[in-house]
Design a protein around this ligand. Sequence first.
Ligand code: PHE
Length: 339
Amino acid sequence: MEKQLETIKTAAKSEIESAISRQVLEALRVKYLGKKGELTSILKQMGSLSPKERPIMGALANEVRGFIGDILDEKMKLLAKDEQIEKLKSEAIDVTIPGNTKKLGSLHPLTVVLDEVKEIFLGMGFQIATGPEVEWDYYNFEALNIPKDHPARDTQDTFYITENMLLRTQTSPVQIRVMENTKPPIRIIAPGRVYRADTVDATHSPLFHQVEGLVVDKGISMSVLKGSLMQFAKRLYGNDTKIRLRPHHFPFTEPSCEMDVSCFICGGKGCSMCKNEGWIEILGAGMVHPKVLENGGIDPNIYSGYAFGVGLERLTLFKYSINDLRLFFENDLRFLSQF
Ligand code: PHE
């Protein structure tokens, strides 16, 4: 029996020492020390020993059990440590590897300038109004004093959905819609897309953006128009900017004008930006025609108003010295990421 115990001890030692994982060790623990293990089966034979031998063998068996238990525990610790080192190694993070950066987009230049325009007018007490891009002929033309056969329609050909429904050619129809729904005082700007049957080139696009302005109140005069638009020009293009109102014609304003700003590149001396004029035209404006007030349900004997319409693309082209309007719509990141 002593020999058996010695054999178990040596076998267990070598097996445990060469175990490569904790699972294997667990299996060895069962194999040697478990209820049906080798040591237990030997202890079961104790009954056949003489009373003299019994305590000696018992002590020896206990010693072997203790020995195997100890080296099992030790090996277990060792393997756990190795496993942890392995784990740390495999989970190591190399902080010097360049990260996966997410490219942040930027605002479109038209959005940047529109936001600025909104800021300026909101600061002057205006509110923002909107209207549909698919518009009735009535709002886009009729109510704005442009009857069916009016020559002003020739310059604003557009896409017709039906005979009476079209893609709006200007944001001016919002004037009528706002007047129909609002009692004066009215102070709104109405930014939005407009459409015209134009061929694409450096200065034309069948889709572009306008910002309409409308003020209706008692005592609104041309000087109010001039003061507000001067403020607008200075805020947008700098405090040294001068404005110039030239007589013009729009069917829905009377009198009408176009507004130029002094060229902010050359200061008025003449350069390629202003085509040597020293001035750059940026918007159309005028006093709201009495008939248009009436069409909006407002009594022209009590109220007067001014309106203006400015092209957002034009404002932006000048603001950033861009020479081709197509750049706004081509989604070329080399262009867009500059803003
Ligand atoms: N709607 C005009 C245009 O598109 C601009 C304008 C608006 C002129 C308001 C006067 C008043 O040309």
